[in-house]
Write a protein that binds this ligand. Sequence first.
Ligand SMILES: Cc1ncc(COP(=O)(O)O)c(C=O)c1O
Length: 377
Amino acid sequence: MLLSKKQLFDIPDEVAYLNTAYMSPLMHSVVSAMDEGVRLKARPWTLTIDHFFDDVENAKALFGQVVNAHADRISVVPSASYGLSTAANNLSLNEGQRIIALKHQFPSHTYPWKRKAREAGGVFVEVDVSQGAAATPALLQAIDERTAIVAVPNVLWTTGAYVDLIAMRQRCDEVGAALVLDLTQSAGALVTDFEKIRPDFAAVANYKWMLCPYSTGFLYVDPAYFDGKPLEEGWITRKGARNFARLTENPETFEAGAIRYDMGERANFALLPGVNRALRQLIDWDIEIIETTLAARNAELCHRLDAIGLKTVNAKNRGAHFIGAQLPNGTRSDLLTELAKEKVYLSMRNGSLRITPHLWNDAQDFDRLIHALSRLI
Ligand SMILES: Cc1ncc(COP(=O)(O)O)c(C=O)c1O
C-alpha cells in the first residue's frame, strides 16, 4: 500500500479532487520537466538531432515497461482517436461481418467502427450492460463466428464496468477476430500485460491514469501489422531520417516495427519530457501496488457511499480503481455544481456518478466527499 502522494502535486489542502477519469493533475516534477522542455524551443540553437529521437525512444521503452511490451511495438500518437482510427484503417471487415463493442463506449472507440461497418456493409453491435452488471459474460456471448473485430475497453468510462481482456483474447482466438483496445481509463492504474492479452492494437490517451500531459498517447501494434498503412506519410519514421541534410535522398522505407504509425512532429520537446517523468514515477511506484492501493481505498469508500444512499457497482464487476455510483431518486440536478462550491470535484457520465480518486487523495478528501454528499443528496 502506498501513502498519499499529495505533496507531489499542486493541490491545495481544501481541494478534494476525485476526478482522474476526467483529467489527472500533473506532478510538480512533470511540470518542471516540461518547463525545461519548452525552453529548448525558446533557444533552438541548443536543440540537437538527438532531441528529435531520444525522448521518443525513451517514452516507448517506458510505456513498454508499463504494459509489458517491447518498445518496437509502440508508436507515439496524440490521442486515443488517432490510435483507434489507425487500427480501423488496418483491419479488414467483410460484408455481413460484425464489430462488437460495449454500449456507451467513449466515442473515439465507436466512430471509427461505425464508419468501417457502414463502408464495408458490416454490422456494428453494441452490447448493453446495465449499471452494476457483469460486462465480460455479456460480451463473450455476443462474440461468434460472424465477429471480425472486438473493440472494447478494460473499463467502461461511465460506470467503471470491468472487461476481462484475457477472456476477450481467448474468445477472439476461437472465432478468428481481431482485438482492439482503448485503455485510456485503465492503463497506469490497472496491471496490463500485453504478453498475455496480445491485442492487435491498443490505444491509450495519457492525460488520465497515466498522469501525463494532454495531447500525448501511445498505440500498441502487433507485429502482424508492422507493414500496414499509417494515417500520415511521416518522414522521421523512415530509414536515414537522422541525416537532416539529405532527407530527400532517403528511400521510402520505414524503420522496422510500429514506428511507421508515429504521428507527425512526434518529437514534442515540451510534452515528452513530462510524459517520461510521469511514466518513470508510475514504474517506480509499481502499477501493481498502485492498483492494490486504489482498490483497497475504493472498497472502503464504496461502503461509506452505500451507507449514505448511493448504489455503487459491486467490486467484482468494476475496475478496482474506478467507482461508478447511482444516485438516489430525486437527487438535485445541480449536485456537481454544489459539490464544486465546496471544492469537491467529481463527474457524471450517462447518469453514473464517477468517483475516481488517485494517490494524491487522502483520508480528509474522502471525509469531505462523504459529508458533502450526505448533505446534498
Ligand atoms: C475511454 C476514453 N477513451 C478516450 C478518451 C479521450 O479520447 P481522445 O484521446 O480521442 O480525445 C476518453 C476521454 O474521456 C475516454 O474516457
